[in-house]
Design a protein around this ligand. Sequence first.
Ligand SMILES: Nc1ncnc2c1ncn2[C@@H]1O[C@H](COP(=O)(O)OP(=O)(O)O)[C@@H](O)[C@H]1O
Ligand SMILES: O=P(O)(O)O[C@H]1O[C@H](CO)[C@@H](O[C@H]2O[C@H](CO)[C@@H](O)[C@H](O)[C@H]2O)[C@H](O)[C@H]1O
Length: 540
Amino acid sequence: MSKTKLTNPKPWEQLLDDAAFKKQLTHDILESYVVQQRWYGGKSSTLKYLEISEFFTIAHKGDHFYGLLLEVNFKEAFYQHYFLPLGFVVDKSAAIEGLIAPIKLGDQDGYLVDALYLDSFRKVLFEKIIESQPVEGLGTITFHAGEELDETQYVSSRFLGAEQSNTSIIFNDKHIIKFFRRIYSSTNPDYQISRYLTEQTSFDRSPTYTGSINLNIVKKHDITLALMQKLVDNDGDGWEWMLEELKVVFNTLSRKRIDIKSLPDVKLFTRLKLQEVPHEMVDWTGLDLLKRIRTLALRTAQFHVAMGGERNDLKFTADKYNGDYNVWLKNRLLYMFQNRLNTVENNLHKLSGEALDLAQELLERKNEIRNRFIQFDWHHMKGERIRIHGDYHLGQVLVDGEDFYLLDFEGEPESTIRDRKVKQMPQKDLAGMFRSFHYAIYSTIFDHGETTGISRDDLYEAGELLYKYLISIFMDTYLHHVHNNNLNIGYRKEVNFLLQFCLLEKAIYELGYEFNSRPSWAIIPLRGIHSIMNHKQEKV
Ligand SMILES: Nc1ncnc2c1ncn2[C@@H]1O[C@H](COP(=O)(O)OP(=O)(O)O)[C@@H](O)[C@H]1O
Ligand SMILES: O=P(O)(O)O[C@H]1O[C@H](CO)[C@@H](O[C@H]2O[C@H](CO)[C@@H](O)[C@H](O)[C@H]2O)[C@H](O)[C@H]1O
């Protein structure tokens, strides 16, 4: 909490009427509060100044709160918006966390607080969703109750407490509301897709949509502030599950003294049914992991079929590839690649050993990589583009016994909100998940490699082989389901070409994420790029 004490002669209900006070609040208090928050996404840039770009009141039965839309301007010439609800408490202990600053209003001493930490505010929001009431005043907030919402009153709320980029709160032990902290001047795809899946499709392996809060400032431009879904029982996320599985799989190599060189190879992107997997591989990995990959593939295919099956709502109907998409895609990828080259060059001094070799190789092969992106030609694509997950990886699925739930349809954090809603090749989601398999395999090798008594090169060889088998099983189930349900993702050559294309895109994207968030992991996408570029290019 800030040590600076604010004073304002006006009562709480008129707190933001005075421009000079608003300036003092943002400059002296909010700037330093915001940059310390877990949800603040501007940590790798330099803040120039922060301002309140909009505010609105949320009042209910005598309670009064503010919703602030904060605009953060950066020295690097871009800006971001964040949502911060404000409350006022006299007693500090009313909020376990989220105290922003002491404040004196008239002769009343108290504290400014992030209102999400106040039970009273959470109660107001939940009741307003149940009642589905629009709020009048500056800006219009729409509280929407989903068809599946079966609540009549507020009972309780508690924080989810997970590491996340937004703030999620559990209500009545049955619903989870994700309050989006970083907000965009348009509906959030997470809200759009979640509501669509629940209300318009039979896909039930993503949590049921039960409500939302949207703010309308400019006519017809809703800003999503919160999404409510049913809480689903789960055993943690797919990433943790996969790491547990792989720990066992890699330990089995030494425990069963498996001769890695004698394991049968398989061509990348081959389709394999479980019964076609060589017994030596099953003996190594166990059948259970392979079955679970099959289930994950089925759920992914069902999700894509649900997304591609829309006939009326143009936001979701499938589209053919065309010239506009061609230009959009290549511009985006070439721009991203240039940014990554710059990032790699600037971070070379942080790398050593294999990571440095791989980074230098990437810089040397930059024209080859650019050519791979340039070679996309929409004329050759016969499949369709659909609304996809966009940031699909193991951390975006929840494990539920033998099954999975798909989550978090917000899209790639780095893309603009409009780009996230562009219909894309479904292969991009497959590539996201396959890259995640690759990540989990390499993370396991780096963590446990030393203890197995097997050389790093042999572990890499085993890891790459396992990766190819996981993909083969996934692809067989996935393709079988999408073809049987008339989702056209292209013929075999097109499927493979796009997969390879998207794998490269995703690995290049990941370089940015890793260098910004955890540079010691940059070796994983660097290895990914190395193996994609060394694999014969697929032709369409
Ligand atoms: N409907 C749900 N039921 C149970 N847990 C959920 C649900 N939605 C999200 N979670 C939990 O919250 C975590 C973060 O959710 P996510 O949508 O990925 O938020 P963020 O975008 O902030 O990362 C998930 O990994 C999961 O543990
Ligand atoms: O925060 P999000 O889940 O929206 O996604 C971002 O963070 C992810 C990491 O949490 C990052 O994913 C990368 O690391 C994962 C392992 O931690 C791995 O499974 C993914 O394949 C890999 O891309 C994701 O790229 C980023 O957008």
